[in-house]
Structures are given as structure tokens and as C-alpha cells.
Design a protein around this ligand. Structure first.
Ligand SMILES: Nc1nc2c(c(=O)[nH]1)N[C@H]1C(S)=C(S)[C@@H](COP(=O)(O)OP(=O)(O)OC[C@H]3O[C@@H](n4cnc5c(=O)[nH]c(N)nc54)[C@H](O)[C@@H]3O)O[C@H]1N2
Ligand SMILES: Nc1nc2c(c(=O)[nH]1)N[C@H]1C(S)=C(S)[C@@H](COP(=O)(O)OP(=O)(O)OC[C@H]3O[C@@H](n4cnc5c(=O)[nH]c(N)nc54)[C@H](O)[C@@H]3O)O[C@H]1N2
Ligand code: SF4
Ligand SMILES: [Mo]
Length: 693
């Protein structure tokens, strides 16, 4: 047989790297990064494990409708027609009784969400949510509070940077392949790397400076950096004069936050902080202080991200080459963007159940806040919510305290999960609609904004082995039964045609490379084209929307509580070979890392008689688990750390089940603990007990 090349998009995490799949008939022979891509055609280990999904014996092979109690695992196998009729019938009943607004949706955001939003608009419900309250919402809102645009309004120009600072960001293990490659290129050209973390990560191992901060004291660290920049006149005064409103208030606010003041909170020596700040000033404006990605950690994480953005501003890095240049869009290349599917239907006018946009006017209404939508399910305030569709989302693992969540979910008349693999939420659903793994499906055309904006396409590499469907087949199938004619597309080609109509781009243009590029050269805006979406058109230190909501733009620092004896603050993060919760059961990746271990400080461990590789019991919130230790001096003594995604209790996940410990179960009342200014869940405001098992 001849090997065929298919251009597609990796689906092993939300980064969606471009790939080339070598296919022989129905066999995937090899996956590599798309060599035509500006990303140098690279993949990470997880991307290489994609074929593991195809023949996985745990794969969901046809739609399932629940027969027993929720979570009991008694399923009836159904045809797609039955599943579509069942779900559409229930939705119609619920909508008739409670109105369209009683339908809630959550997904993982990303480049293909347009189709999801179109579906929810068609249904007529404002309650589209994504996962971000448990990920980057604080960062998003921090950007909006200063610039009027969100975190994706600027890019990270690592390739041309002279100093990159990673704070709560472990770039070499929590991977985005393009960012990793760009940073490595930058480092080759002499870029300095500083890592600020509570433990020494792989990224810290590659850094010029590593600051181990006391967990949760990053805001103090950053306030001292701002103090030092201003006090020593190390900031870019011309940039500030031109672009910053309310600078004097910032100056006054940080007056007492000296490096010495911070030292007693963070544990970082004042002299070290001073040297670091003077280094930053030398590298400015080609500095990227990464504003954080997974920042749903503390009650003040919004302020941590906000101060990071402020530091980038003071260094003149916002908009600069080698800093955080503005994100270019197709229209910056004189190109019309693709037609959105969401525009097929008007935006529902009804207010959102989560209160975002009306009760909480400072939050971005786009993807809402799922924990607050769940609150509405629980309280029926502002109105009852009765149906929930979890689409590529596993809140029972991704949000804290699953037992508390289940009590809320029990109020729902319908829970539907659309997923290609089992998850805790799928297991607790009424209907499971099994998506084809990404190698077996095509997706809508997506736009990638950035220094070189382009369009990309996911082709189907092989046909589904079982009775699974692509995203568009599932949503158009449901739309048909719900009478949403505009979304009743017969084929993916029809969708692509609609998306490209009037753009001058044809579907054949993707044939040779999988991309359509609009520029060869990166686009940097000249300063006269800088545009901030605030009322003044400048970067506003005092954020009116937040002030109106009774929240301070410049919030005094409040110190973190210390753990009691025998207790530790729970911290978590990622590893290179797994994506959140959904790859532990992947046959290839399970082999790489079947369970998580507990990082614990050497001196603390010695006090407790705990050795490296011992089994310990970790408990909190009425849950406990056993795991092995990784005893090291390279973690702060107040914290223990574990990789998230383990500790599944789903019987259908035959490999992952009962392997490792679930961080999210240790967080009592976690759904109610969130950053009021940023909207993110505060997942690290919890303490756990550790003892020798
Ligand atoms: N305690 C704790 N909680 C956390 C985190 C943590 O570190 N600790 N991390 C947080 C972060 S950063 C995030 S982003 C969230 C992630 O939370 P989720 O997005 O819920 O996590 P995933 O496991 O990536 O994906 C969820 C489900 O989607 C399915 N899925 C995967 N790909 C696709 C697809 O292409 N289509 C469809 N339809 N389904 C798919 C998978 O089978 C999986 O069951 O969790 C957050 N929650
Ligand atoms: N391999 C892999 N790559 C991924 C993912 C994955 O699951 N696997 N997920 C993707 C997703 S959804 C996301 S959101 C990103 C996340 O990307 P990151 O946010 O970079 O990843 P994390 O590992 O969650 O957290 C980064 C670091 O924060 C540190 N940290 C914890 N508490 C504190 C603190 O109080 N202060 C400081 N300064 N540091 C602290 C942790 O020790 C950890 O090393 O990764 C993306 N890339
Ligand atoms: S970072 Fe790795 S897993 Fe994520 S899309 Fe890229 S190759 Fe796939
Ligand atoms: Mo995330």
C-alpha cells in the first residue's frame, strides 16, 4: 500500500499543533509536526501518543444512555439516531417548561469553539461557559482591567527576547511546542531566563536565575519589583508618559513595598531582587514576563497577573519586538477573516445564569464562569437551569470537590457528555455521545492570530473504527432534530464553504500544506498603531469597571496563612507526558507515567521521619490517598506538590482507575473559594495533612 500524507491538527491537548499524519489505508503509520509549519514541525511526547487512542480497548464505541442511577455505570448501547432523538427530545421538553435559558453548556474553549457557540445561540441560551475559571480567567481579566483587551491581545515574542521571566509558568513541562521552540531559539541567541516558582522545575534547571518563593507570595514579590523599578528610575519614562494613565497613583501605592519588605514575605533576598530588577531594565523593552497561564490558584491571583502586566508596561515591553507585541489578525494583512458560525444566530439577550455581565459587570461575558453557573443550578437563582452539556470538559475532575459538585448536578434533569474518552463527568452523565478521536475526524477551519496570522485545517486522517462521530456531525445532528435549520449542514465541505465565502480563500488552498498564510514576515505594530481598548485609549492603572464593582485596582498586600504543624499547602501542576486528566488512561502514556508522586521538602520530611520513595497518606476534605514521596530540598517547605490528573475513580478507565492521588478531592468547599476580582477558582488555598503510611 502507498503511504498517504494528511495534514491535520494534534488533539492531545488544547494547543493544537499542526501535524502531518502518514497513513496506510486505515493505519496511522507515523505522526510528525507538519513540516510546512513555521513551528518547525515539532511534536511533544503526548502528540506522538495520539495513535494510542485508536485501538484503545477502553474506547467508547457507540452512544450510551444511562439505565441505572447516575454514576452506577449501567448503560444501554444506542444508535446515533436514538441518542440524537433522546437528547433533542429531552432538551425540547426542558426548554418548553423552563425556557431556552435553562440549558447550560461548558467546553474547553479553543479554536473550534465557534461551532459550539453557534449551537448555543441557536438553542437561544446565553449560558455558554468554558473551562477557564479553573485555568486562565484571572490572567484574562487582569489584561482586560489594564488594556481593555484580553490576554490574547498580545503575543509572546520569545524568539527575539533578551530576558524571559516565568512566574508560575513551567514552560518546558507544561508545553506549547511553538513557545518552547521559540524560547530555545531565544536562549541560543543569548536570552536570559528567570524562573519564579515554589519548586525547581525542568524550566528552573535551564534558568539563569531561580527564585524559590514562599507559596502564594508572588504579589509581594511583584510589588517590590515595581517599587524598585520606579524608585530607581529604571522604568521607561517616555513609554509611561505616552501610554499610561494614573501612573502617579501606582507610584504612591508601591512606596512602602520595598525589596526588604518583600523579603520577609517571600523569602527572596532583597539584594537578589535588586540585581534582578537592574538586569531587567538593561534588557528592556525586549522582555517577556509571562503573565501566567494556569493561574486559578489563589484569592489574589488576579493581582499577581495584573502586576506582571504592569511590570511589562513599565519596561515598555507591551507592543515591543522581543516583548509582548500586539497580536496581528488576518485583517492586519489586508485579508478578510473567515465567516463565523456564531453569526448565523443573534446573541441571546437573556441575562446569564452565572451573573457575568450584569451582576458581575467587570467580568468578560464571553465564556462566563462555570462555578457560578453551577451555583445557579444549585440555588435556581436567578432562574432554574435544568440541562447541562459537558463538551470536551470534565468538571468533576477539573473543578474541586467532586462530591459537592455531584449534589448540584443531581438537580439537573439532563446531563450529556460529548467526549472521545471516559471521564468522571461522562461516567456521571445521562447520555454519552462519543466523539471520534482527532485522527478520525475533521474540524471546522480555524484562525491562528499571532505575529504571522494564518488559517489551518484538520483533515480526517483515517475513518472512525467504531460508531463515533466528528464534532460537526454531532452538533449538526442535534441541530437538525431541534429545528435549527441554519446549522443543519450536510457535510464538512458545506461548513468550510460557508466559512470561506467571500474571503478569496478556497478549500483547495489548504491542500499542499494544511495552512493558508497571509504573510511571510512577522507583523509588528508601529507605535502609532498601538491601540488599547480602554476609554482613554491608554493603559489604565485604575480600572473603572473594577472600582465600580467595589474592587480595588491597587489592592494592599495581605500575607498568606502558614500551614499548621503536620500540614502543607497543596500545590499542583503539569508534567511533560500527560494532559490534565485525559491521558493517564492512554495506553502509551500510562506506560510512561502510571501514577503521581508527592514532592515534599527534605527537611520537613526528615522531621516527620519520611524518606524518599516512602508511601505516605495525604488527606483533606474527608478524602485520603496513598502515594510515594519525592523528597527534595527543591520545594518550599510550606508546600507539597503533585501532578494533577490522577486518582480516577471511573471503573471504565481500566488503567488509570485508582492510580495515584486526586488533588481536586482534597479541596473542601473549593467551588465557593474564588478570586472576586479575577473570577478564577482559588485551588491552592487549601491545606492537607501528610503522614507516613
Ligand atoms: N486540582 C486541579 N484542577 C485543575 C487543574 C489542576 O492542575 N489541578 N488544571 C486546570 C486546567 S489548567 C485546566 S485547562 C482544566 C482542564 O480541564 P478539562 O478541560 O476538563 O480537562 P481535560 O482532561 O483536558 O479534558 C476533559 C475531557 O475532554 C475530553 N476531550 C479531550 N479532547 C477532546 C476533544 O477534542 N473533543 C471532545 N469532545 N472531548 C475531548 C477528554 O476525554 C476529557 O475527558 O483543569 C483545571 N483544573
Ligand atoms: N505536558 C502538558 N502541557 C500542558 C498541559 C498539560 O496538561 N500537559 N496543559 C496545558 C494547559 S491547559 C495549561 S493551563 C498550561 C499550564 O501551564 P503552567 O501554568 O506553566 O503549568 P503548571 O504546571 O500548572 O504550573 C506552573 C508552575 O507553577 C508553580 N507554582 C505553584 N504554586 C506557585 C506559587 O504560589 N508561586 C509560583 N511562583 N509558582 C507556583 C508550579 O510548581 C508549576 O511548576 O499547560 C498547558 N500545557
Ligand atoms: S503541545 Fe503536544 S499534545 Fe499539545 S497539541 Fe502540541 S503536540 Fe499535541
Ligand atoms: Mo489550562
Amino acid at each position: 500500500m502507498t503511504t498517504e500524507k494528511k495534514f491535520s491538527v494534534c488533539g492531545m491537548c488544547t494547543v493544537r499543533c499542526p501535524i502531518q499524519v502518514d497513513v496506510d489505508g486505515d493505519n496511522v503509520k507515523f505522526i510528525q509536526g507538519n513540516p510546512n509549519s513555521p513551528l518547525k514541525g515539532a511534536l511533544c511526547a503526548r502528540g506522538g501518543a495520539g495513535p494510542g487512542l485508536l485501538n484503545d480497548s477502553d474506547r467508547i464505541r457507540q452512544p450510551l444512555i444511562r439505565e441505572g442511577e447516575r454514576g452506577e455505570g449501567k448503560w444501554r448501547k444506542a444508535s446515533w439516531d436514538e441518542a440524537f432523538d433522546h437528547v433533542a427530545g429531552k432538551l425540547k421538553q426542558i426548554i418548553e417548561k423552563h425556557g431556552s435559558r435553562s440549558v447550560l453548556w461548558s467546553d474547553r474553549g479553543g479554536p473550534f469553539r465557534d461551532l459550539h457557540q453557534a449551537f448555543m445561540r441557536g438553542v437561544g441560551s446565553p449560558n455558554y461557559c468554558n473551562h477557564d475559571a479553573s485555568c486562565a480567567r484571572n490572567v484574562q481579566h487582569a489584561a482586560q482591567s489594564l488594556f481593555g483587551f484580553g490576554r490574547k491581545g498580545v503575543a509572546y515574542d520569545f524568539k527575539n527576547s533578551k530576558h524571559v521571566i516565568l512566574q508560575t509558568r513551567n514552560i518546558f513541562e507544561a508545553i506549547n511546542v511553538k513557545e518552547v521552540n521559540d524560547l530555545l531559539d531565544g536562549i541560543d541567541k543569548g536570552c536570559k531566563l528567570t524562573v519564579i516558582d515554589i519548586r525547581a522545575t525542568v524550566s528552573a534547571g535551564k534558568a539563569d536565575n531561580f527564585f524559590m518563593v514562599r507559596p502564594g507570595t508572588d504579589y509581594a514579590f511583584n510589588l517590590a519589583v515595581i517599587h524598585e523599578l520606579i524608585n530607581k528610575n529604571l522604568y521607561n519614562a517616555g513609554y509611561v508618559k505616552k501610554w499610561v494613565k494614573d501612573f502617579d497613583q501606582l507610584k504612591k501605592f508601591v512606596r512602602n513595598y520595598s525589596p526588604e519588605w518583600a523579603e520577609s514575605r517571600t523569602g527572596v533576598k532583597a539584594s537578589h531582587l535588586r540585581t534582578f530588577v537592574s538586569d531587567l531594565a538593561k534588557a528592556a523593552p525586549s522582555v517577556v514576563w509571562h503573565p501566567g497561564w494556569m493561574n486559578a490558584r489563589y484569592l489574589d491571583s488576579f493581582y499577581v497577573s495584573r502586576t506582571i502586566y504592569m511590570i511589562n508596561v513599565l519596561l515598555g515591553a507591551i507592543g515591543a519586538k522581543g516583548g509582548l507585541p500586539f497580536m496581528a489578525k488576518p485583517k492586519d494583512c489586508g485579508q478578510k477573516g473567515i465567516n463565523t458560525l456564531a453569526s448565523l444566530y443573534p446573541k441571546p439577550e437573556e441575562k446569564r445564569a452565572d451573573g457575568v455581565g450584569w451582576k458581575y459587570k467587570h467580568f468578560d461575558a464571553g465564556p462566563g464562569l462555570l462555578h457560578l453557573a453551577f451555583k445557579a443550578v444549585e440555588t435556581e437563582d436567578p432562574y432554574p437551569v435544568n440541562a447541562y452539556i459537558a463538551y470536551r470538559h470534565d468538571p468533576l475532575m477539573a473543578f474541586p470537590d467532586p462530591e459537592a459538585q455531584k449534589k448540584i448536578l443531581d438537580k439537573l434533569e439532563l446531563i450529556v457528555s460529548v467526549t472521545f474518552s471516559w471521564s468522571a463527568t461522562a461516567w456521571y452523565s445521562d447520555v454519552v455521545m462519543p466523539l471520534s478521536p482527532y485522527l478520525e475526524r475533521e474540524s471546522i477551519i480555524a484562525t491562528k492570530n499571532g505575529l504571522k496570522p494564518h488559517l489551518f485545517i484538520r483533515q480526517r486522517a483515517v475513518e472512525p473504527r467504531f460508531d463515533n462521530k466528528a464534532d460537526w456531525e454531532i452538533l449538526c445532528g442535534l441541530a437538525r432534530r431541534l429545528g435549527l435549520d441554519k446549522l443543519d449542514f450536510e457535510s464538512i465541505e458545506d461548513i468550510w464553504k460557508y466559512q470561506l465565502d467571500g474571503t478569496g480563500v478556497n478549500i483547495e488552498d489548504f491542500n499542499d500544506t494544511g495552512f493558508v498564510h497571509f504573510t511571510d514576515k512577522p507583523i509588528y505594530y508601529d507605535e502609532d498603531k498601538f491601540k488599547f481598548n480602554t476609554e482613554s485609549g491608554k493603559i489604565e492603572i485604575i480600572a473603572p469597571k473594577w472600582e465600580e464593582a467595589g474592587l480595588l485596582s491597587l489592592k494592599p498586600y495581605e500575607d498568606k496563612t502558614e500551614p499548621e504543624s503536620g500540614q502543607f499547602r497543596i500545590t499542583f501542576g503539569r508534567c511533560g507526558v500527560h494532559t490534565q486528566g485525559h491521558t493517564v488512561n492512554n495506553p502509551l502514556l500510562f506506560e510512561q507515567m502510571p501514577e503521581n508522586v508527592l514532592w515534599i521538602n527534605k527537611h520537613k520530611a526528615a522531621e516527620m521521619g519520611i524518606n524518599d520513595n516512602d508511601v505516605v497518606k495525604i488527606s483533606g476534605n474527608g478524602y485520603s490517598g496513598k502515594m510515594r514521596t519525592f523528597v527534595t530540598e527543591f520545594i518550599h517547605p510550606e508546600a507539597v506538590f503533585m501532578i494533577h490528573g490522577f486518582g480516577s475513580d471511573v471503573p471504565a478507565e481500566t488503567r488509570a482507575r485508582n492510580k495515584g492521588v486526586a488533588d481536586f478531592r482534597l479541596m473542601k468547599g473549593g467551588m465557593d473559594l474564588w478570586d472576586q476580582a479575577g473570577g478564577g477558582i482559588a485551588l491552592q488555598e487549601h491545606f492537607v495533612n501528610v503522614e507516613k503510611a
